[in-house]
Design a protein. Structure first.
Lengths: 107, 203
């Protein structure tokens, strides 16, 4: 089939990811991870709401504050990274005392 | 000259005349992409439009080493670009002897800054292997794809508006270019090639 130039152009459209205006619209700059980290708002609600939060493994206000902050950062605390982070902190928290050292007060 | 060339100049600076004169002197066939359908001042040109046969156009260029064809595409840039792409695709199917010259007037419409994968890119990046060489004509270097600019080993520079700083940003002697052209007769140009500035010249 002897195609015209116009027909050949329609048969082989050039999809190069441009907007119809012909000028590429610049993507808005994506904030860096650091910017996202330091500008993230904390989780919703007062600290008291987080006292019994599952990741508040200490059960005190410090743990509640940590849980609220993590909620603000990750929004959805079902993320694996949250489990990894909290699990790591728990492991370090419960690290056994070196041999010969007296037990913690109250132990 | 078997190389890609960028031709820069403001309106009425003489760049289109230069591109036509250069095309007429080319030893092989020439396709002049003429999006505005402007009058060709130098030599005789066979006119082609989107309603012409693609294979007939390529045959004409292939069979007549002195073929001079000007192609005026659809007025809409977004329609015109695929039309040029279809021609370039067809031309890239063979190795040209003698070499084919494709002059892309208003190159910033075909390959605006920030856009990739245009027919101008195909000529600039792959044309050499097929002996297809490009002349990319634009009013200002800032509006044409940098990728295409980089492939042009020869820069022919006519009088431009406020380009000295832009030239300097690319390592070109912007102040010197501006000084020479502002003191030279009308329609003069300089050439920046292999980090050497020559001129002024006139056609």
């Amino acid at each position: 089939v002897d195609e015209t130039i116009a027909q050949a152009a329609l048969a082989d459209p050039q999809d190069d990811g441009m907007d119809p205006a012909g000028i590429s619209a610049p993507e808005p700059p994506r904030p860096s991870w650091w910017d996202r980290l330091i500008t993230a708002e904390t989780g919703e609600g007062p600290i008291s709401n987080y006292r019994n939060h599952p990741i508040n493994f200490t059960g005190d206000d410090g743990g509640a504050r940590l849980a609220r902050g993590l909620t603000g950062l990750f929004e959805n605390l079902n993320l694996a990274i949250v489990d990894l982070l909290v699990g790591a902190v728990q492991l370090l928290w419960k690290k056994p005392s070196p041999a010969g050292e007296p037990p913690n007060v109250g132990a | 000259m078997s190389e890609h060339e960028l031709i820069i100049g403001m309106t009425r600076s003489g760049k289109s005349y230069h591109a036509q004169a250069d095309a007429q002197a080319w030893r092989g066939p020439v396709l002049f992409y003429n999006p505005q359908g402007q009058k060709m001042d130098v030599g005789e040109w066979t006119r082609a439009t989107p309603t012409d046969s693609l294979s007939a156009l390529v045959s004409l260029l292939s069979n007549r080493p002195r073929a001079r064809v000007q192609f005026t595409p659809h007025w809409n840039t977004e329609v015109a670009r695929p039309q040029l792409a279809a021609i370039v695709d067809a031309c890239m199917q063979r190795i040209w002897t003698p070499a084919l010259l494709i002059v892309v007037d208003e190159a910033d419409q075909v390959a605006p800054q920030g856009k990739n994968g245009t027919p101008a890119h195909q000529i600039a990046q792959r044309g050499g292997k097929q002996q297809v060489w490009g002349r990319f004509v634009t009013q200002h270097p800032s509006v044409v794809s940098k990728m295409v600019m980089r492939q042009c080993t020869r820069k022919t520079i006519f009088l431009t508006e406020d380009s000295a700083a832009y030239f300097k940003a690319y390592g070109w002697p912007g102040d010197e270019i501006e000084r020479i052209l502002s003191n030279a007769p009308k329609h003069s140009y300089v050439v920046w090639q292999s980090r050497q500035l020559t001129g002024p010249f006139r056609d």
